[in-house]
Design a protein around this ligand. Structure first.
Ligand code: HSE
Length: 407
């Protein structure tokens, strides 16, 4: 079957490599013989083995009746959204690795695909090579999913791991990560937690069959984490991780992304470097944790290739498996409104008794840190105010991984 790739960057070229390297395996495994007929990119690629397939005009793909499946690996919302809408309307199945697009317009594109009897798949938009959307949609179809806890951003996980291993500051580590090509030149989407909020919204929409708008997910990034915070965590056998969480309690959805101190026994505590880890809780099977490379040419290209093969198999059988969701939107409530324990770092010792709130001192001078009892958002704010009145400033605070937050 003829396919096209739009965008010959890291993920697009990784996808072509996966399809090429495993070509015989894919065909012998009951898959379709996949032929990459066209690759859309603005650039030329002299000397590339696929040089002769490079095209510069989208219409040549849209109007080619032999191309039945298209992979979009360009990134960005425009013109990806317009291209994909037109391809779906023209009866082609589309797969994408583009999380910004899926978080913003995924439901709309699913509708267009369903109306036109074709597929729209986006496994690679969350967790790179980790097949988490398929796991939720297919392997957990029998389960009522109640909770997701995940590390969904490789860049920030790399930075936090390096800060822990090297004792370096956030700024130094970010610079190194940019030089090594792990972090973008404009790292805002990663370090301010927009990227994992988008991915959490995509996963939550699938898991709970409710539409979750990523912009309404509360988030706190990692830019104000200091060497001292890492030192406190280490001293207590904890690791600071940027955790994306959502949880259904009755009809209410709680969601958030923030740095959390996880005890070293927690399954996600040792997810290091650019790896991602995702725990999904089902009401019958309890927790499943999957772990793997969350970014990079081959892992992400592998997830795109899997979607291409599924879409091609459906096309060959004349069927589509994409159905309209018509999910109703649920506004996520703040995860912090559930009671949680915190670690607070202060500028000086808390000398007056506060046993009603503070459960113990973690470190004393020159770094002062305390564990709190389980607090809700308002109670945490009250604590900060009480401390302030006593001349104690809270320099940073983290949720400490709690087994069972209560409403
Ligand atoms: N910037 C993303 C990350 C790339 O660091 O995880 C993969 O989605």
């Amino acid at each position: 079957m003829d396919i096209a790739i739009m965008g010959y960057g890291t993920v697009g070229s990784g996808t072509v490599n996966v399809l090429n390297r495993n070509r015989e395996l894919i065909a012998s495994d009951g898959g379709e013989v996949i032929r990459v007929k066209s690759i859309l990119d603005l650039r030329e690629f002299p000397g590339d083995p696929y040089e002769d397939r490079i095209v510069h005009d989208f219409e040549s793909i849209l109007n080619d009746p032999t191309i039945q499946v298209v992979a979009e690996t360009m990134g960005g919302i425009h013109p990806a959204f317009e291209y994909i809408s037109q391809l779906l309307a023209a009866g082609k199945s589309v797969v994408t690795s583009n999380k910004d697009l899926v978080a913003a317009h995924g439901e709309e594109l699913v509708e267009i695909a369903a109306e036109n009897g074709v597929d729209f798949y986006y496994e690679a938009s969350v967790g790179g090579g980790i097949p988490v959307i398929r796991m939720i949609n297919e392997c957990m179809i029998q389960e009522k999913i109640t909770e997701i806890t995940a590390i969904l951003n490789g860049t920030t996980n790399y930075i936090l791991t390096e800060m822990e291993d090297e004792g370096a500051s956030f700024e130094e580590t970010l610079e190194d990560a940019q030089e090594l090509g792990y972090a973008e030149r404009n790292p805002e989407s990663d370090v301010e937690a927009m990227d994992p909020a988008r991915k959490l919204a995509i996963l939550s929409t699938h898991a709970y069959c409710l539409y979750v708008d990523w912009e309404k997910v509360e988030r706190r990034g990692i830019t104000n984490i200091t060497k001292e915070d890492i030192e406190i965590a280490k001293a207590m056998d904890y690791h600071i991780k940027l955790i994306a969480r959502s949880r259904m309690i009755g009809p209410r959805l709680f969601a958030g992304v923030e740095p959390i101190m996880l005890h070293e026994d927690h399954p996600l505590a040792r997810v290091e470097g650019v790896y991602n880890g995702i725990t999904v809780k089902g009401n019958m099977l309890d927790d499943i944790t999957i772990y793997g490379k969350g970014a990079g040419a081959y892992p992400t290209g592998s997830a795109v290739a899997a979607d291409i093969i599924c879409a091609a198999l459906n096309k060959a059988q004349g069927i589509s498996k994409t159905t309209s969701h018509h999910y109703h939107e649920v506004k996520p409530e703040s995860y912090s409104s559930l009671g949680q324990e915190y670690m607070i770092r202060t500028n000086k010792e808390v000398s007056l008794p506060m046993e009603d709130i503070i459960s113990g001192m973690v470190l004393e001078g020159p770094i002062y840190a305390y564990f709190t009892k389980q607090l809700k958002t308002q109670e945490l704010r009250d604590l900060f105010r009480r401390l302030e009145r006593r001349g104690v400033q809270v320099l940073n605070y983290f949720v400490v991984e709690a087994e069972d937050p209560v409403d």
